[in-house]
Structures are given as C-alpha cells and as structure tokens.
Design a binder for this molecule. Sequence first.
Ligand SMILES: N[C@@H]1[C@@H](O)[C@H](O)[C@@H](COP(=O)(O)O)O[C@@H]1O
Length: 331
Amino acid sequence: MRLVIRNDYDQVSEWVAHYIKERINQFEPSKDRPFVLGLPTGSSPLSAYRRLAEFCQEGKLSFKHVITFNMDEYVGIPRSHKQSYYSFMWTHLFKNIDIPEENINFLDGNASDLEEECRRYEAEIAKYGGIELFIGGIGPDGHIAFNEPGSSLTSRTRVKTLAYETIIANARFFDGDITKVPKLALTVGVATVMDAREVCIIITGAHRSIALSKCVEEGVNHMWTVSAIQMHPKGLIVCDEDATLELHVKTVKYFKSIEHVHQSLIGQENLGLQGELLSSEKVKRSVKLSRDMMVRKLMNAELSEEEDDDIFQDLRYTTQKKRRLAYSSSP
Ligand SMILES: N[C@@H]1[C@@H](O)[C@H](O)[C@@H](COP(=O)(O)O)O[C@@H]1O
C-alpha cells in the first residue's frame, strides 16, 4: 500500500485530480475500451472534482470514453433532492465535464426492488470488465462507501442501515437535523471496491485520524472497513497532515521517505537522469562516464580495457541502485 501525505486538503485534492487525469490519459480510452472509474460523493473529493473540470475545460482531459459508477445512494429521497448523491455528482462534476450521460451509472435508491437493483449494479460493473480505478472517501469511523463498521469485507452491493455516527456526520447536509437523514442506503460492498484494479482513498482532517491509524498501523478489521485496502495489490491512500495526527512519527517518516524516493525516480524518468539520485557523487560520476563513453563510441574512439572496466562497474552500480529504488517504491 502506498500512503501519500500532503500538507492540506487543497494539496491532497490537487494530487488526486492529477492522478486521475494521468491514469485516464495513460490508459488512452476509446469507445471500445473505455476507462471505468468508481467515484464517491462527499466533501473529500469535492475540490478534486473542481480541478478535474478545469482540466477538461483546458483540454487536458476528456471523459468522453470514461464510464463512471458511483459508490452509493440514499434510499427513499428523490434524485432531484439537493442531498441525493445523484444531484451532488451532477452539480459538482458531471455538468462540468464532457461525459456522455449514458456513461454515468448510479444506484437507484427508489427502485421498487432494492435487492434486484443491487444485483443489476454488480452485473453492470462486470459487463464493463470491472472497475479500473476506484476513488473513495471515508467516514470518521473508517467506513468506505456505506460499509459501516462490522460490514463483511467480502460484501457486494446491497442495502445497508446507516450507523448512528454516520447519520450524525451527514446531518450537516440535512439542515443539521438528524431526523431528515435517510436511515437506509444502497452501497457497493467492500469487495466491490477492492475488486477494482486500483483503489485510491482520500483521507483528510483530524476527525479521520484514528481511522487512518487503524487502517495503516493495525490489522485488517471489519470494524474499520477501509482497512481492507491492506489486502489490495494496488492500494493508495492520499491524506493530509491533519489526518496523520494519530500515526506514529515513525510511520509518517517511513511513508514520506518512500514517497521521496518514488518522486526522485519519476523525476529521473522525466528529466533524463536528473532527479535527486544524482546527489550521490558515485552516481554522478557514472552518469558522466557513460555519457563520455557514448560520445566516444559515437566518434568511434577506442576505449582502453581499463576504461571499459571502469565504465562497466559504474553502470552496474547505477543499475543496481535504480533497481533497489524501484522495488522499494512499489505500493
Ligand atoms: N457514504 C458516504 C461516503 O462515501 C463518504 O466517504 C463519507 C465521507 O464524506 P465526507 O467526505 O463528506 O466527509 O460520507 C458518506 O458516509
């Protein structure tokens, strides 16, 4: 698992928006091979959605061949209700990007047969070959989508009763009145999220710091359903400094150092061997040597046996170092 720590909510949002953009662009989606994206609602992804819309308006990203599946929806409030997740997504993302309406998938919290609706949703996801990237947020009790504490970690899309803590947390969207918050919701299961080929969870704010520590420093546990991400081969959490309050200093330093190396590798790729790796004198020397060697080879100059040896040693050192760094940076 990879843990990316940024200073604050804005930086987290910026990072996540860039990440989504890069993933979609690298995938080069087409009509026959669309990019399938799982999405959350809530304040956590809000600013990232704004940024994605900007990328779209600037021509840096297109959702034309992106299929979306939202994580969850309240039961029993009309889609037109300001607090339905349907309205939320249209207001904050879909109306601002170039996604065709038919590419957008929601659970219908007003379906006459809710269980059938959940089965339909799972089948629809399967029809597209599964989800490529699932973005998520969490509640303060570590729930992902509406998979409240105690949810099975192998759960699929289903009807859920909301935990009292979630009802209180979400009352802010219903005039602060907990009686107005729906008590039931449709939600993808923990396993539905974890089936995605990649999972990226946004965790910000001190009120989520215990959940983050449970998820990162303790074991996989159904009482903190987000902790299932530990079992995911490509799990990523992006959090802010406030959310790290309950983590050990050692944990924070560890993940920051991994990120540092990861960034230097990316920098090295992008800048043609000019990342922080070059701070090592030995690596600097080997790069210079290999450059010299290439120039001389190009000029057909003969290299002495000694020079050949030296260059070989240094190149081997650089390669080994690169390899070690690449390993330690995988999530
Ligand atoms: N079902 C949603 C979750 O999907 C969301 O992650 C959580 C946190 O929302 P926010 O980001 O607004 O704090 O709220 C709700 O419970």
